[in-house]
Design a protein around this ligand. Structure first.
Ligand SMILES: Nc1ncnc2c1ncn2[C@@H]1O[C@H](COP(=O)(O)OP(=O)(O)OP(=O)(O)O)[C@@H](O)[C@H]1O
Ligand SMILES: [Mg+2]
Length: 327
């Protein structure tokens, strides 16, 4: 087994607010191997984006990482200083967001922005940066790279802007791309094209991708492995097929049952009763117990640790499978 490119280990992030302390991330752990697409999936507010931002040292104020390790090539990013993180951010690790237009400056051409970023991360002159940018546009399937280079962001469609963001990441030498809901704002057909592009890039360039999404359909189509997050930690993880088709956690089952499916046509959508706990007021024990159809006494008292289910890395954090839960 190869060493993971990225390992997030027992990460805790909190926000101290006037309303109280928000426990946004609570023991999040997962890893991504080189050339792998890992999906981090879960309902709104479960800590997906904050986790992605933490990898880049960009947790917004008043958030702070209070425990854990984030290992990239075995080095703990949480111990890097500001200058070291600036080199990594946008260079070896890049992030793209739901709304690409917010990441592009409207007053500069696309070409000048991508050139500046490339030159910040690679020792190249203006001409070489331009050549890298054009090659990058080509690699992400943008037609007429020279025209794109001269264009202003508003002259491009949302799908094209997202391709520019991906080209920028790759041209800067990214080994890991963190894509936070990269297709949520796009039309369904464009969405499929961007997901196919991410898949191609992984195959062609070996780039690893942390794909953050609330959409299990996106996970099914794109991800090699997936982690299902609930209230800031992973409740079930493993190869996509295991997690989606042999799911063990009652929460994963609930998420899948909530999906619209042809066989459900005409029937009311199943959904999970109750709501996600607020990070202000987490239940003791397993964070899912107040909504769990299979809750046991131990669930209210003790947070379950991940139990390994098989040899391919399917793990579930649930007392239905834990040693403590069997007593
Ligand atoms: N600036 C902030 N101030 C206070 N709390 C915050 C802040 N940003 C995030 N949080 C808290 O952290 C939790 C996790 O937020 P995060 O944005 O990571 O969720 P998410 O899983 O990405 O959700 P979504 O699917 O809606 O994007 C939220 O529930 C919120 O309470
Ligand atoms: Mg988010």
């Amino acid at each position: 087994m190869t060493e993971p490119l990225l390992s997030v280990e027992d990460l805790y992030i909190r926000f101290k607010t006037y309303a109280g302390t928000v426990h946004a991330v609570n023991g999040m752990s997962f890893h991504i191997h080189p050339g792998e697409i890992f999906g981090l999936v879960g309902e709104s507010g479960c800590g997906k984006s904050v986790t992605g931002l933490a990898v880049l040292g960009m947790v917004p104020y008043p958030g702070e990482v209070i425990a854990g390790r984030i290992l990239f090539h075995g080095e703990n990013l949480l111990q890097k200083n500001r200058r070291e993180m600036e080199q990594i951010r946008g260079g070896r690790i890049a992030m793209i967001f739901q709304d690409p237009s917010a990441s592009l400056n409207p007053v500069f051409t696309v070409g000048s922005q991508i050139s500046r970023i490339i030159r910040h991360h690679r020792r190249v002159d203006r001409h070489e940066a331009r050549a890298l940018a054009l090659a990058g546009f080509e690699a992400v399937g943008l037609p007429d790279p020279a025209r794109i280079f001269r264009a202003y962001p508003h002259e491009l469609s949302g799908g094209m802007q997202q391709r520019v963001m991906i080209a920028m990441a790759l041209a800067s030498g990214a080994e890991l791309l963190i894509a936070d809901e990269p297709t949520t704002a796009l039309d369904v057909t464009i969405q499929a094209q961007i997901l196919a592009l991410l898949n191609d890039l992984r195959a062609a360039q070996g780039v690893s991708i942390l794909l953050i999404t609330h959409d299990l359909g996106v996970v099914a189509e794109t991800c090699d492995r997936v982690g299902v997050a609930y209230a800031g930690s992973i409740v079930e993880t493993g190869p996509t097929a295991q997690v989606l088709y042999q799911m063990k956690h009652p929460y994963t089952r609930g998420l899948l049952e909530a999906l619209p499916r042809p066989s459900h046509r005409g029937k009311a959508l199943q959904s999970i009763p109750g709501s996600v706990p607020s990070g202000l007021d987490l239940p003791s024990g397993c964070p899912f117990w107040p909504r769990c159809p299979e809750v046991m006494d131990i669930c209210r008292e003790q947070k379950p640790l991940p139990t390994r289910l098989d040899e391919v890395g399917h793990r579930v954090a649930c007392h239905l499978y834990s040693r403590e839960g069997q007593r």
